[in-house]
Ligand binder design. Sequence first.
Ligand SMILES: C[S@@+](CC[C@H](N)C(=O)[O-])C[C@H]1O[C@@H](n2cnc3c(N)ncnc32)[C@H](O)[C@@H]1O
Length: 200
Amino acid sequence: MKHILKDLLLVLLVFAALLLLFFLFYRARGNTGLAVILALFILPNIAAFIYGVPFVPTPMAAVKIMLEAAGLKPGQIVYDIGCGDGRIVYLAAKDYGVRGTGLELSPIVYLLARLRHFFWRSKAGIKLGNFNWQDFSDADVVFCYLTPDVLTKLEHKLQAELKPGSRVVSYIYQFRSWKEKQVVVFSEGGRSYRIWVYEK
Ligand SMILES: C[S@@+](CC[C@H](N)C(=O)[O-])C[C@H]1O[C@@H](n2cnc3c(N)ncnc32)[C@H](O)[C@@H]1O
């Protein structure tokens, strides 16, 4: 219950920030500088929706299974590509002592993640930007919860950059041309979801 209230409060805060932005935009009509900044802020959010990967958080119970399946060891370098509120890298850093970084394209979701990590006193980092700009050659584990089409586009990049022995853990959707090392089934509310574990 406390958790739900906290989430609700954060969502309200994000909406309040949005309202404030629109109010500022409204007041400053004709100010092209501000309009450009706002466009830069809003467009990536729209892009995330258009490209079909909106912010849908992985349930905490599934996050715990994903972390366990990844076989994390202290000090390892871990990314969540499209990190949403950053819950995966937060728990990974807290419970396994890894160096976690969440990458998030949508500025609104990024702000939510920064806010949550501030209140969680998280040791993980959150970076605003497109995961296609990130070099994953130092990664020990990469987590993701993205659509099949996005995963297909990512296959080549990850294959080229990841070092031997590194792992990729994907919630629900699989990488079509990779052979999984393990599949773990997560059940919630009468439905089952797969967690795909790959090793290079
Ligand atoms: C389905 S959510 C998963 C959130 C988080 N990984 C989790 O499991 O709770 C996907 C997230 O990826 C982000 N995203 C989509 N495309 C992205 C990109 N190219 N670079 C960085 N983040 C991206 C979206 O904004 C969204 O927050």
